[in-house]
Every structure is written in C-alpha cells, then in structure tokens.
Design a protein around this ligand. Structure first.
Ligand SMILES: N[C@@H](CCC(=O)N[C@@H](CS)C(=O)NCC(=O)O)C(=O)O
Length: 306
C-alpha cells in the first residue's frame, strides 16, 4: 500500500487535483510522468513550485499541474522544497492535498487510483517478480547517480562550499535519505576515486546483461507481453545512459530493441521527452564528442565489459 507522507510544508494541503513536483531531465521524475501518461493524465499548466495563489492551487481535469523544481538552479535545496520533500529530491506528487513521495510508491498509488494501462499485475506471482525488478532498479539508482554525474553532468553538477553548507543544514532538519551530503562533498571535491565510478558502471552493465538475456525469450516488455512499472523504471535508466554516451545497442541489442518499443509510446514521447528534447540532444552531442576523443563512457565500458 503506497505511503502518504506527512509534510512539514503548508503548501501541500492547499493543492487541489494532481500536482507533480519534478524536473524534466530527472529519471526519477520521468518514470512518474511516463506512468501518468499511461494513465491518460497529460501535463497541464506550469506553476512555480512554491506558488499558492488561488488560481495556481487549482487542479485540471485529466491533467496534472507541473511544478518544476529545477535541479540546475538548485530549487530542491531550498527550505521551501525541503519542507515538501525532506530528502530534497524529485519527484513529489500531491493529490487533493495528500503528499506521495518515492517514485515507486507514487506509481503504485497512480495504478490503484486511475484507469489506463495497468502497471502492476493482479497475478500474485508476476506481481512479486515485477516488484523485485523494481527494487533492483531502485537500488541501482545510486549507481546511475555516480555514472551520470561523472560521465554526463561533469562540472555542471558540482556544488560550491556555500551550496554544500546549505545542503548540510537542510539535511540536518530533514532526513537526507538519498545521502546527498556525502555524495556532493566527495563529488565536488573530486575525492571519489575512479575505481568507485567504474564499480558503479560494472553494476549497471551486469544488470543490463541480465535483462538482455531475459528478453531473448521474445517477450515484448521486461516482465511479460504487458507493460509494467518495471519498464517505467528501467527505460529511464537507459534514456539517461544513452545521453551519457553508453552504446546500449552495441552491448545489449535485445535491451535496446525493448527500449525502442517503450520510447515510441506516446506517453514516452509526450511526457518523458516533451520538454526534455533539447537537453537530451545537448548531452548526447557532448557524450558523442567525448567518445570520439576516447575519453567517454564508451571507453570506460571497455574496462568493465567482459
Ligand atoms: N528514491 C527516490 C530517488 C529520487 C532521486 O534521487 N531523485 C533525483 C533525480 S533522479 C534528484 O532529485 N536528485 C537531486 C540531486 O541529485 O541533487 C525516488 O525514486 O523517488
């Protein structure tokens, strides 16, 4: 049963209908937007993430209100957002004044509450297997962070000392459940050894090899011929890694073909790519150049791929 979180923020209880706190380029938010799209709920108007004017708090039938929390401007490291999400990460969903955190719990909630494509099977065995795959994806999110920061975001994602003290202060008041403080200290001071990044890349590579093997039996999606929450989780990892220059097709052809099936779905095109297209193109070009120069993720992979 998805958890309802108790917010410290007064914004939450004021919101009517569906409001999603998210960022276009964040995989954790992308999977929730994908699920919303599969449920027939489209992106509606844009509001400032902290706006509580009488018009901004209103819901929109069959749509969700978009409240962008910019990870570039560091909106997520403000007191206002930390009172909505104590871990200072996106996404956070509010439905009629109730707060839902954790992308897995949010998608479970959407699946129980709205029609459209079912994302969690009613068959007990398939359900258990699906949630196991989702848990595996959840655990590997840490690896996605290390790999995509190192080979994708680079200096852009480093925090200066003022930003790091602000983060540490907010983490003390909240919960820092995603260990942002230690990650950003190591990342910004460049004290994380290359071997750690390579270990995380190895973990992802091995998981993709495993999925690639499973897909060889001809199933359309990860768990069966039906789309599921597992597809929502894993496809966003692939999207992000392709942006960082991971040659998915060359290393995992079945997985790449599966990803293409997901990529072509209207929910992916509209809700995931939508406003993410330009940054997707910029990151892919940057990664393409680094791979050409021999300093990219493609070359790093040759060290981990058996
Ligand atoms: N377990 C959380 C993870 C959320 C998470 O880590 N979100 C990332 C974006 S994918 C974020 O907001 N990161 C902020 C940062 O790295 O500064 C979930 O699945 O909702």
């Amino acid at each position: 049963m998805p958890r309802i979180d108790t917010p410290r923020s007064e914004i939450v209880s004021k919101l009517e209908g569906l409001h999603l706190f998210h960022f276009d380029g964040a995989p954790c938010a992308q999977r929730v937007r994908f699920a919303l799209g599969e449920k027939g709920l489209a992106r509606g108007r844009e509001e400032k993430f902290d706006s509580v004017t009488s018009s901004s708090v209103q819901g929109e039938p069959n749509h969700w209100v978009s409240r962008l929390v910019s990870l570039v401007r560091k909106d997520h490291m403000t007191t206002t957002y930390a009172q909505i999400h104590p871990n200072m990460v996106v996404p956070a969903l509010v439905h009629d004044g109730k707060l839902y955190l954790e992308s897995m719990d949010i998608i479970e909630y959407l699946d129980e509450t709205f029609g459209g494509t079912p994302l969690i099977s009613k068959d007990p065995e398939l359900r258990v297997a699906t949630m196991k795959r989702v848990e595996q994806a959840k655990e590997l999110h840490r690896s996605i962070r290390f790999v995509t920061f190192h080979w994708g975001l680079g200096r852009l994602a480093m925090l200066n000392s003022r930003e790091r003290s602000q983060l540490a202060k907010l983490a003390q008041q909240g919960s820092d459940g995603e260990n942002l403080v230690s990650f950003y200290n190591g990342y910004s001071n460049k004290t994380i050894p290359e071997s750690i990044y390579l270990d995380h890349l190895t973990k992802l590579y091995e998981a993709f090899c495993e999925l690639n093997t499973e897909l060889k039996d001809g199933r359309k999606f990860l768990m069966s011929d039906g789309l599921s929450i597992a597809d929502a989780f894993w496809s966003m990892k692939i999207l992000r890694l392709i942006e960082c220059g991971y040659p998915v097709q060359a290393h995992h052809p079945e997985l790449y073909a599966w990803y293409q099936r997901i990529y072509q779905r209207p929910s992916f095109q509209n809700e995931v790519m939508g406003k993410n297209r330009l940054s997707n193109r910029i990151f892919r070009s940057k990664a393409g150049i680094e791979n050409l120069l021999g300093i990219g993720l493609k070359q790093a992979l040759t060290k981990v791929a058996a």
